[in-house]
Design a protein around this ligand. Structure first.
Ligand code: GLA
Length: 572
C-alpha cells in the first residue's frame, strides 16, 4: 500500500509536463492509422551501426523501391548513443560512429523522403548498457524533437528499477511527446508483458506482444502466435485481434524477411505479418538484398492487406497445430485469407466460405501470383502445400457488403462488470506466462481443499504460472486463501504474489513468502482500488520458475469485490 501511495505521488510529480508554448498541437491519436512500415537496424546489424551504414540504408530504401512501397520510417535501434550525456545532460550520438551528429543524420533521412526513428529505453540504461531516459524524459524527448525524430521505440530493460508502473512510464512519455510539439509514433517495447491490457491503445501506437524474434521458422511462428494464438492470452480471445485497430497495433516484433533460409519461409513470414496487421519493420541489410527479397518486401497486393484502412487484425478460423487458416476482412467487402502448412508433410489446406462468414460462390485471387483463380462455389483448397508453404488469397467481390468479424470477447468474460463479488476463476485472463490455472479445481482435477476446508471456487495452478486479470480499476479488494493443496507432493513448496500490473512496476500487493505443504493457508485481503490490471504469480519457494515443485498451489476463492463501477483506472 505504501508502495502504491509512493507510486502515485511520484507519478503526480513526474507527469506534470506542461506543453511548450507556441508549439503545434500533436494529433497523437492519429499518427498510425495503418500499421507503421519502415526499417529497423537491430535484426540486421545489432550494435554495429554508424552513419555511413545508415545513410546507405536510407539510399537503399529509396533505390530499392521500399519507400515507394510504403516503408517510411528508418529507425536506429540500440547503440546509436554515446556512453555518456553531454555537460548539459543531453543525449548525444556516439562521436566515433556518428561524427556528424544525430540531427544531421535526421536531415539526411528526411532528405530522402523518409522519416526518422530512434530507440531508447525507459530505464537508466538501454539493453546494451548505454544511457537511458529515466529522469531525463522531458529533456530527451525535446532533444529528439529538435533532431527531427518522427518515431520512438522505447524499450524496457532494467525498468523494474524505475519504481513506476509500465503504464505510468509510457503515460509520461506520451505527455512529453505531446508537450514537445513534434508528432512521434510511440512503440512500446516491453517483451510482451500485456500492454494491450494496461493501456497500449491509449498510450502508444504499437506494443510488443513477445520477446525478441530470431531468424528461424519456429521463432517466426511463435511470434505470430503471440499475436494470433493463445501464447500470451486466454484461448477464449482467439488471439489479440480485438485489441488492434486504426491507431494502435499489436507488434509481434520486427521482420526477419531476407534473413530466413528460403524464399518460401520469407514469404510466409511476410504474409503472416500482413494478415496480422502487424507493423512492417524490415530487418535485413537493404544494401545488398537479393531481387527475390526485394520482391517479397515490396509485393504490392500483399502489403495492401496489411495496410487496409479498415484495420482489422486477421484472426484464425482454423488451427490444428500443423495447418492454419486466417481471415482478415478488408474495407472493400472482400477478405484476405491465408492457408498455411506448418507440418512436416505435404498437405492440402482448405477453407469454406462459411468459416469466413460468406455466402454463395466467390471469386478468388492469389495475391502472390497476382492472378485470378476463378469463382468457387463453397470454399477453396490449397493443394500440395510443402512445409512452410502457404497461399494468400483475396476472396469476394469488391463493393460487396463488409465481411463481418466475429464478436469480440465481451467485457463480462474478462473483466469486472458487476457490483459485488467476481471470482477470477470465472474470468478469462488477459495475459499469461505459463499454463493458465484450472478453474475451481486442483492440478489433479479434484476440489480445492486447504486445511480440511473445501472451496468451491478458486484457481488451481498446474505449474509455475503468471496470470493477469483486467479489473478496470473498479474493484475495491482482492481476497483469497492461498496454500499448497492437500493433493500436493509432501515436499511441495511455492510462493504466491499479487502485483499491481506487470512485474516492471514491482508493486507487490501481497507476498506469501516461501510456503510448504502442510503450512497453514494464508489469507489475502488487499486493496485493489485503482488497479487496472492485477497479476497473480505462483512460483517455487524462491519465487523463481525453475525447479518448481509445488504444482498444486491454489488460490482458493480468488475474488475481487467491486463497490463502485464508476471509476476506471485506464491511463489516458
Ligand atoms: C531488446 C529489444 C530488441 C532490441 C534490443 C536492443 O532486446 O526487445 O528489439 O531493441 O533490446 O538492445
Amino acid at each position: 500500500m505504501i508502495r502504491l501511495i509512493c507510486n502515485s505521488l511520484c507519478i503526480f510529480t513526474v507527469l506534470a509536463v506542461t506543453p511548450m508554448s507556441g508549439h503545434a498541437q500533436v494529433d497523437y491519436d492519429h499518427l498510425a492509422p495503418t500499421p507503421p512500415m519502415g526499417w529497423n537496424s537491430w535484426n540486421a546489424f545489432h550494435k554495429d551501426i554508424d552513419e555511413v551504414k545508415i545513410r546507405a540504408i536510407a539510399d537503399a530504401m529509396v533505390k530499392s523501391g521500399m519507400r515507394e512501397a510504403g516503408y517510411r520510417y528508418l529507425v536506429l535501434d540500440d547503440a546509436w548513443m554515446a556512453d555518456r550525456r553531454d555537460e548539459e545532460g543531453r543525449l548525444q550520438g556516439d562521436p566515433d560512429r556518428f561524427p556528424s551528429g544525430m540531427k544531421a543524420l535526421g536531415d539526411y533521412i528526411h532528405g530522402r523522403g523518409l522519416q526518422y526513428g530512434l530507440y531508447e529505453c525507459r530505464a537508466t540504461k538501454t539493453c546494451q548498457g548505454l544511457p537511458g531516459l529515466l529522469g531525463h524524459e522531458r529533456q530527451d524527448i525535446d532533444t529528439f524533437a529538435a533532431w527531427g525524430v518522427d518515431y520512438l521505440k522505447i524499450d524496457s530493460c532494467f525498468a523494474e528499477l524505475n519504481g513506476r508502473l509500465s503504464s505510468q512510464d509510457y503515460a509520461l512519455l506520451k505527455r512529453c511527446i505531446i508537450a514537445s510539439g513534434r508528432p512521434m509514433v510511440l512503440s512500446i517495447s516491453d517483451f510482451g508483458q500485456g500492454a494491450w491490457a494496461w493501456g497500449g491503445a491509449e498510450l502508444a501506437h504499437l506494443w510488443r506482444t513477445s520477446g525478441d524474434i530470431y531468424p528461424f521458422m519456429q521463432s517466426v511462428y511463435n511470434h505470430a502466435d503471440s499475436s494470433a494464438g493463445d501464447l500470451m492470452i486466454h484461448p477464449a480471445f482467439n488471439g489479440l485481434w480485438q485489441f488492434a485497430g486504426p491507431g494502435h497495433w499489436n507488434d509481434p516484433d520486427m521482420l526477419e524477411v531476407g534473413n530466413l533460409k528460403t524464399a518460401a519461409e520469407d514469404k510466409v513470414h511476410f504474409s503472416l505479418w500482413c494478415i496480422l496487421a502487424a507493423p512492417l519493420m524490415a530487418g535485413n541489410d537493404l544494401r545488398n538484398m537479393t531481387d527475390t527479397t526485394r520482391a517479397i518486401l515490396t509485393a504490392k497486393e500483399v502489403i495492401q492487406v496489411n495496410q487496409d484502412p479498415r484495420g482489422v487484425q486477421g484472426y484464425k478460423v482454423f488451427d490444428d497445430g500443423d495447418h492454419e487458416v486466417y481471415n482478415k476482412p478488408l474495407c472493400d467487402g472482400t477478405t484476405a485469407v491465408l492457408l498455411l502448412n506448418k507440418g512436416k508433410t505435404v498437405a492440402d489446406v482448405q477453407v469454406t466460405w462459411d468459416q469466413l462468414g460468406l455466402r454463395g460462390a466467390q471469386p478468388v485471387r492469389d495475391l502472390w501470383a497476382r492472378k485470378d483463380l476463378g469463382t468457387f462455389a463453397t470454399g477453396f483448397t490449397a493443394t500440395n502445400l510443402q512445409r512452410h508453404e502457404h497461399r494468400l488469397l483475396k476472396v469476394g467481390t469488391p463493393g460487396a457488403p463488409l465481411v463481418r468479424t466475429p464478436p469480440p470477447l465481451p467485457p463480462e468474460r474478462y473483466t469486472v462488470t458487476r457490483k459485488g463479488t467476481t471470482y477470477l476463476s470465472d474470468l478469462c485472463c488477459i495475459w499469461k506466462n505459463g499454463p493458465i490455472p484450472l478453474s475451481d479445481r486442483t492440478a489433479h482435477n479434484t476440489p480445492i481443499v486447504l486445511s480440511g476446508t473445501v472451496f468451491k471456487k478458486g484457481l488451481g495452478c498446474t505449474a509455475a504460472s503468471k496470470v493477469m486479470y483486467q479489473l478496470n480499476g473498479v474493484a475495491g479488494r482482492f481476497q483469497s486463501t492461498v496454500g499448497l493443496d492437500e493433493d500436493a507432493p509432501d515436499d511441495a513448496t511455492g510462493r504466491f504474489r499479487v502485483w499491481h500490473e506487470d512485474h516492471f512496476g514491482r508493486a507487490v500487493l501481497f507476498d506469501s513468502g516461501p510456503m510448504h505443504k502442510g503450512d497453514a493457508p494464508q489469507a489475502v485481503d488487499v486493496s485493489v482500488a485503482h488497479v487496472n490490471c492485477l497479476l497473480l504469480t505462483f512460483e517455487n519457494a524462491q519465487g523463481r520458475r525453475s525447479k518448481v515443485q509445488g504444482l498444486t498451489g491454489v488460490w482458493a476463492d480468488a475474488r475481487v469485490i467491486a463497490t463502485n463501477l464508476a471509476n476506471s483506472a485506464n491511463h489516458k
